[in-house]
Design a protein. Structure first.
Length: 127
């Protein structure tokens, strides 16, 4: 039984993570409007309690198109990390929405998800 509240789509976009005292690079395995699974290049993962800045690189050499969000580590090891987005600025949300919608089997379903809460009561909320 799938209990996810957001559709996940496959995307192999490059991604960078930055946290206090460290960082890592890798690729998105899958992404939703709520979070992502990232495969790490170097095997370094963020500390569990550290806030993480996630930068998804939509196009090589075009940082103006990057999606930049704040996140927290949900689980992970040296090869991959699951991240929950905690803050998505409006300009990044628009790009994230289009990335997910473009890669979805049913793009209209992604639009419908905007009308329902992605979070359980008492959890982190997108801003």
């Amino acid at each position: 039984m799938n209990q996810r509240r957001r559709t996940r789509v496959v995307s192999r976009k490059g991604v960078s993570l930055v946290w206090p005292g460290g960082g890592a690079r890798g690729a998105i395995e899958n992404v939703s409007l709520k979070g992502c699974l990232m495969v790490l290049d170097a095997g370094q993962q963020p500390p569990p309690a550290a806030p993480v800045r996630v930068v998804i690189h939509l196009e090589q050499e075009t940082p103006d198109l990057d999606i930049a969000v704040e996140a927290r580590l949900v689980r992970g090891d040296a090869s991959a990390v699951a991240l929950e987005f905690t803050e998505v600025p409006p300009e990044s949300f628009h790009r994230l929405f289009r990335l997910v919608q473009y890669n979805a089997e049913d793009p209209e379903e992604i639009e419908a998800e905007l009308g329902s809460s992605a979070f359980e009561e008492g959890s982190t909320v997108l801003r």
